[in-house]
Design a protein around this ligand. Sequence first.
Ligand code: B1M
Length: 215
Amino acid sequence: MSNEQLLSAITSSIVEGEPDTTVDLTQQAIEAGLEPLTIINEGLAPGMNVVGEKFQTGEYFLPHLTVAASAMKQAMALLEPELQSRQQAVENAGILVIGSVAGDIHEIGKSLVGTMMSASGFEVHDLGVDVSTETFVTKVKETGANLLGLSALLTTTMTVQREVIEALEEAGIRDQVKVILGGAPVSQDWADSIGADGYAEDAIGAIALSKRLVL
Ligand code: B1M
């Protein structure tokens, strides 16, 4: 199989909901020398997008989303060590607290950003998904983080990003931490409108933005 065929087969395995095949093909792609980010961006993520579209049009249902997510998560477990070994870490890059906001249980993109930031030298505290606003504030205080990453994949949970920023202001620590946002429905305009320090479209963008903000 050529590299293009391999990536396309990875995409299909996500769409068809065949996690074992996704894992096998991901392993093959690693062995073929494909870059982990290429496997993610040109193999796995396009499959997730198709699954999302099919869900939106009523062709797929929640269990399809769950199986696709499981397939991607298992593939990510293989890719994470590869990602870690490739990034060039900057010493004392900063401390990042990251999580998906309250009401949001989408975790794959947020975890990818956390992994890549860690591989770039940031001390990362990944609080997981459905993280309450209070927990974000407490963790920023406790760790002395200079970066807070808020992920939201739903139009209904984007507004929680604003609540977290307001809570940081109320706690008197807004000046100590740069707030970065991400997630499919989020945009630079949204980030500007709620007083965040920045928005990144993907994990590479999040690293560049973070370095710009705190280094
Ligand atoms: Co959900 N879901 N989902 N889902 N799901 C979406 C997001 C949706 C777009 C699908 C669709 O309809 N087309 C839609 C949202 C519509 C909207 O509001 N705009 C949707 C919906 C509606 C729902 C439910 C409401 C469905 C229901 O119950 N009726 C429900 C809500 C659950 C909740 O959170 N309360 C739901 C549930 C789920 C599952 C749990 C089944 C599952 C997630 C499982 C898991 O994560 N363990 C799931 C999945 C898998 C998806 C899709 C198909 C794929 C998401 C994904 O993992 N993508 C998604 C469709 C889509 O995104 N195309 C969809 C791969 C990942 C690498 O990309 O997460 O975008 P992504 O992350 C990217 C960037 O966004 C960015 O960098 C990442 C890497 O490039 N990024 C950041 C993300 N966070 C960042 C933070 C940063 C910077 C960048 O800095 C801090």
